[in-house]
Write a protein that binds this ligand. Structure first.
Ligand code: A2P
Length: 336
């Protein structure tokens, strides 16, 4: 089958000392972010401070991770101690599923900003394309959540207002599949700046990535290492970090498997947000700019795609939409 698709030009320069994706607004987003999913309260403040000291300037946060206040404390310390200034940081936050109602959206953003001690987000994302019944700003719904009634486009219009007022400098979405993305693109007055999705070598999502990049919608990869060992332990999924091809390529470059996995993504024009609690790994995950994968290596790694989501987020499926809206015994998966 032939294709007339032309690959979009990369929106960042990997040869620059600190490559940054130029968003549609002109704002620059550093291409390696520090992720805070699965970072437990009690540990996350130390980890965020370590990440800032290691050189991360892009932090990926979300209300539902339950760690905003603690991260706010770490940010205050970092600003007070002169480790970094607010202007040097690119901070992403996310609107939770139970906060989609139009009157709740600005309150949810304000609530998260207050928790963090900030007065604006560089980027604010709708976390998932699903509206749940509102359960209170401090008590986001989880488990057997019930569907709400606010259409996604109405939530987007409320996000557009946040962008117009400057509370959120850029707005976008997360976990949006391609056809929903197209639905949003055709209706948005302010185009989504970003789609943050699960992408890694075993789930490469070429169509969705190319759709977004061809419209200057930044793609950020969550779970870029395939979740490390954490997903394997929980769901017995294969571990990209242990893949023999990845290990062989890593050996040839004197790099680690993690560095090859990340480099593969940034060479595809994708922003990555690896998460680690360990300072040496934080540093390692930033250190991916001094080597490059050849066309042949890119091809070999491309062939590793298994086309299977690790469903890092809604798993077990029944935990995501339950109650009266679980239409099967196992529950309803957001991607059903
Ligand atoms: P840890 O926090 O103990 O370092 P993902 O970013 O794909 O969600 O993967 C995160 C997982 O991968 C975490 O369990 C993390 O463990 C692990 N991890 C992060 N960086 C590395 C690395 N450079 N080498 C090996 N494992 C890593």
């Amino acid at each position: 089958m032939s294709s007339s698709y032309t690959k979009p030009a990369p929106k960042f320069d990997l040869a620059s000392p600190s490559p940054a994706y130029t968003l549609a607004s002109g704002d620059k987003m550093p291409i390696i972010a520090y992720g805070t999913f699965r970072s437990a309260p009690g540990e996350v403040a130390v980890a965020v401070l370590e990440a800032l000291k290691a050189g991360y300037r892009h932090l990926d946060l979300a209300h539902v991770y339950g760690n905003e206040e603690e991260i706010g404390g770490a940010l205050k310390q970092a600003f007070d101690e002169g480790i970094v200034s607010r202007e040097e940081l690119f901070i992403t936050g996310k609107l939770w599923n139970s906060d989609h109602d139009v009157d709740i959206v600005p309150k949810a953003a304000a609530h998260s900003l207050k928790n963090l001690g900030l007065d604006y987000f560089d980027l604010y994302l709708i976390h998932f394309p699903v509206c749940w019944k509102h359960t209170g700003l401090s008590t986001p719904s989880w488990g057997a959540s019930e569907l709400g009634t606010t259409p996604l486009i109405d939530t987007w219009r409320a996000m557009e207002k946040l962008a117009e007022t400057g509370v959120c400098r850029n707005i976008g979405v997360s976990n949006w599949p391609m056809l929903l993305m197209h639905d949003l693109v055709t209706q948005a007055k302010i185009q989504p700046a970003c789609n943050q999705i699960e992408v890694h070598v075993y789930y490469q999502r070429e169509s969705l990535v190319n759709y977004c990049l061809s419209r200057n919608i930044c793609v950020t990869a969550h779970t870029p290492l395939g979740g490390g060992l954490a997903n394997a332990e929980t769901w017995n999924t294969p571990i990209p970090l242990h893949d023999p091809i990845i290990l062989e390529v890593a050996k040839n470059h004197g790099k680690t498997a993690a560095q090859v996995l990340l480099r593969f993504l940034v060479q595809r024009g994708i922003v990555v947000l690896p998460k680690s609690m360990k300072p040496e790994r934080m540093a390692q995950n930033l250190d991916i700019l001094d080597f490059s994968l050849t066309e042949e290596e890119m091809g070999k790694i491309k062939a590793l795609d298994k086309y299977v989501s690790y469903k890092t987020n809604p798993n077990p499926l029944s935990a995501f939409i339950g109650g009266p809206d679980a239409f099967t015994a196992e529950g309803t998966d957001i991607f059903d």
